[in-house]
Design a binder for this molecule. Structure first.
Ligand SMILES: *[C@@H]1O[C@H](CO)[C@@H](O)[C@H](O)[C@H]1NC(C)=O
Ligand SMILES: *[C@@H]1O[C@H](CO)[C@@H](O)[C@H](O)[C@H]1NC(C)=O
Ligand SMILES: *[C@@H]1O[C@H](CO)[C@@H](O)[C@H](O)[C@H]1NC(C)=O
Ligand SMILES: *[C@@H]1O[C@H](CO)[C@@H](O)[C@H](O)[C@H]1NC(C)=O
Ligand SMILES: *[C@@H]1O[C@H](CO)[C@@H](O)[C@H](O)[C@H]1NC(C)=O
Ligand SMILES: *[C@@H]1O[C@H](CO)[C@@H](O)[C@H](O)[C@H]1NC(C)=O
Ligand SMILES: *[C@@H]1O[C@H](CO)[C@@H](O)[C@H](O)[C@H]1NC(C)=O
Ligand SMILES: *[C@@H]1O[C@H](CO)[C@@H](O)[C@H](O)[C@H]1NC(C)=O
Ligand SMILES: *[C@@H]1O[C@H](CO)[C@@H](O)[C@H](O)[C@H]1NC(C)=O
Length: 627
């Protein structure tokens, strides 16, 4: 085991080394040429000796680290004009954000020569002079934000070159003259407010609300056009609308503190950069609600976090409800420059700031491939937020239970086995933290996520101690809770093991821990498994979806034994999680003794097993539940 560990470490580090070595040399040079030729008041950690993709702040590379695809440098005190022929050499760049700096000069025309550029954020700078007369170079641009600068002159007709444009913000400039009738069907958001525009509003722009044009001297055409306002039926809202907070003057403080934290913390290789190049779809709900200013609160980032956003970004992000969990609602928030995070809004936090921060520090310091990294948190009197990476593949609960009955893609045995091993390792690591005293407290399949490498990641740990105890009737948690636990805040490592045992049974049976059998009757998974096993029809216990895979009975039975040993009533009789890790890791090696390699059996196999074939000889052992 130890040897295996060392070998895997060597493999990991040599892979990292190779990845670090393989980097976009030309893009790196272009970035150095840029930063060496522009004044910036903050020190960036752009050290030539370090790998650009994994350690430079504000930089995102593509999947194989061969190109830089995003540069985000908001509010780092850039001054002067953008040196020509520097950033424009990043020919695979998709996102460029230089907002909230002091950049001057005219529009950086050479950026339009980047064929892949999709999102350009230059708002809150001191750009001046006219807008480009020819946008034909930037044809892939989807989001263009030039608001709050000093651009003047008229609106060029060349905007109609931008056939992929979905969002155009030119507010708070000094643009004058008539608005040309540029017809861009893809355009969903337009803001021309607070300029010096005159004349009559062209037909093609009548579909936008009045607020898009306020602060100008524009008249509507005399014959009112039938209203063709964009439809607003969507489940997306802005987080600020949900949270009812808008941050005012303290934003500057937030930005600098957040950035300082980001800048001082050398970016580590983070497992799961959930930054994808999804352009923001739609500028939603412009509602800004009551302002609860709280000078004492800030968004706190943890080490290894390469995210460059501030609370304002978070609150402005378009948000989608991912789910309502035990401790609150989780949102998927897409921050303007396409960073996607999962934000959990905690309800009923009953501890004070100090205690909250202590737990956050313990949880936030954990970096393990099977534990979802806590990226950031926010604590104020009225709001408590925790920020995690967003996992595209969703939770194990969804993978197991979603769309049952429809022709869904079954969760195969290999993946279930990998989930069991990963989750066990994650929990084992959690139990070593805080001097071996840390407890997860809320283990269930909806808190286990699959990262991009399809490794299981434990989420939501430690939150149980912060919130008020959950009343017993809460069904979703009830099935996972060890019988001795009456107060959810008093979970123990032994009760974690119980919950993990339920997870194993869920993976095996495909059944929720508490479910109804069609009628009124409520079925408790652990009790059901016991009864099935006792009555010696073990085969029935396994998920029908697993029956298509041949030759896995032994492994399933072994996992069943492990699961059963974790859910014994007496806490002291449950194995420790480190032992459980060994047991689940051995499920596969036991089987390898049969000479069957794991890869050979899969979906394509024609041999199907019937439940009856399950060796009954195992049943006695399982039934005694004292493995
Ligand atoms: C333009 O964007 C599309 C996706 O929207 C992408 O497939 C295409 O490769 C981009 N064009 C260039 C030149 O990068
Ligand atoms: C453009 O910038 C303004 C000012 O920062 C901001 O309010 C707006 O959300 C941005 N628009 C887009 C589409 O990103
Ligand atoms: C841009 O915003 C800053 C801060 O809100 C403000 O001080 C400045 O006057 C604005 N500039 C323009 C051109 O609107
Ligand atoms: C735009 O501003 C510049 C200086 O900032 C000035 O020289 C020029 O005349 C202005 N153009 C228009 C059309 O107002
Ligand atoms: C871009 O727009 C300009 C001005 O409208 C026009 O002359 C030019 O032909 C357009 N280019 C392309 C490639 O559409
Ligand atoms: C324009 O400036 C006004 C006043 O400073 C501000 O309220 C508004 O948010 C700004 N609009 C944008 C898009 O930046
Ligand atoms: C708008 O135009 C008027 C008259 O031409 C001028 O006095 C004013 O300064 C202009 N405002 C801006 C913000 O450019
Ligand atoms: C929008 O503008 C039109 C024409 O100027 C006016 O009739 C209408 O009342 C305005 N709507 C709002 C909500 O201000
Ligand atoms: C608005 O424009 C009209 C002409 O279109 C002009 O008569 C009027 O004086 C302008 N108002 C302001 C405040 O500039």
């Amino acid at each position: 085991m130890r040897m295996k560990f060392i070998l895997s470490q060597i493999l990991l580090y040599s892979t990292l080394y190779l990845l670090a070595r393989c980097e976009p040399i030309e893009d790196k040079q272009a970035l150095l040429d840029f930063i060496d030729n522009i004044y910036h008041s903050r020190n960036l950690n752009w050290d030539e000796r370090n790998p650009v993709c994994s350690s430079w702040v504000g930089i995102t590379c593509n999947y194989d680290n061969s190109r830089v695809i995003a540069v985000r440098l908001p509010a780092i005190g850039l001054k002067g004009s953008i040196p020509v022929n520097t950033l424009s050499r990043l020919s695979s760049l998709q996102i460029l954000s230089l907002r909230s700096n002091g950049i001057s000069g005219t529009f950086p025309l050479d950026l339009l020569m980047i064929p892949s550029l999709m999102n350009l954020y230059l708002q809150y700078n001191n750009f001046q002079g006219p807008l480009p007369l020819d946008f034909s170079g930037g044809r892939n641009i989807s989001v263009l934000n030039l608001s709050n600068n000093s651009f003047n002159g008229s609106l060029p007709f060349s905007f109609s070159n931008l056939t992929h444009l979905t969002s155009l913000n030119l507010a708070n400039n000094s643009l004058s003259g008539d608005i040309p009738d540029f017809n861009i069907p893809s355009l969903e958001f337009l803001d021309l407010s607070n300029n010096n525009l005159t004349g009559v509003l062209p037909q093609s722009l009548l579909r936008f609300p009045n607020s898009s044009f306020s602060g100008n001297n524009i008249s509507s055409p005399s014959v009112p056009h039938p209203t063709t306002l964009p439809k607003e039926h969507s489940s997306k809202f802005s987080l600020s609308a949900i949270l009812g907070i808008v941050i005012g003057s303290c934003v500057v403080a937030f930005v600098s503190i957040a950035l300082l934290l980001v800048l001082t913390n050398r970016k580590k290789n983070d497992d799961d950069k959930s930054t994808t190049s999804i352009p923001q779809k739609k500028e939603k709900s412009k509602k800004r609600m009551v302002f609860e200013k709280d000078e004492n609160s800030r968004l706190t980032f943890f080490e290894g976090c390469s995210l460059a956003f501030d609370l304002e970004d978070l609150l402005r992000a378009s948000a989608e409800v991912l789910g309502k969990g035990t401790f609150g609602t989780t949102y998927k928030a897409a921050i303007e420059d396409a960073t996607i995070v999962a934000v959990k809004r905690l309800k009923e936090v009953i501890v004070g700031r100090k205690e909250f921060e202590q737990v956050m520090e313990i949880v936030g310091s954990i970096r393990h491939e099977n534990v979802a990294p806590l990226r950031s948190y926010y604590y104020s009197k009225d709001e408590k937020l925790v920020v995690y990476d967003f996992y595209n593949h969703g939770s194990v609960s969804t993978l197991l239970h979603a769309k049952r009955g429809d022709n869904r893609i079954p969760l195969d045995w290999e993946t279930r086995l990998k989930i069991a091993i990963g989750a066990a390792k994650g929990i084992a690591h959690i139990h070593t933290r805080n001097n071996g005293k840390l407890v997860h407290g809320n283990i269930k399949t909806s808190n286990i996520f699959l990262n991009s490498k399809l490794n299981a990641c434990m989420c939501d740990l430690g939150l149980a101690t912060l919130t008020s105890p959950i009343a017993p009737p809460v069904m979703r948690t009830a099935g996972y809770r060890a019988p001795e636990i009456t107060d959810t805040r008093k979970a123990t490592q032994a009760s974690d093991v119980y919950s993990f045992g339920v997870v194993l049974l869920e993976l095996l049976t495909g059944k929720s821990p508490v479910h109804s059998s069609g009628g009124e009757e409520i079925i408790h998974l652990v009790r059901w498994v016991h009864s099935v096993v006792r009555e010696e029809w073990t085969g029935e216990v396994f998920d029908a979806e697993l029956m298509r895979y041949a030759g896995i009975e032994d492994e399933m039975v072994t996992m069943l034994q492990i699961g059963m040993s974790c859910v014994v009533r007496v806490p002291d009789e449950r194995p420790r999680i480190v032992d459980v890790v060994k047991m689940v890791e051995d499920i596969r090696s036991v089987d390898l003794g049969n000479g069957l390699s794991s890869g050979t059996r899969s979906l394509g196999s024609t041999r199907t097993t019937t439940p009856n074939r399950t060796p009954i000889s195992y049943v006695g052992e399982i039934g005694s539940s004292s493995v």
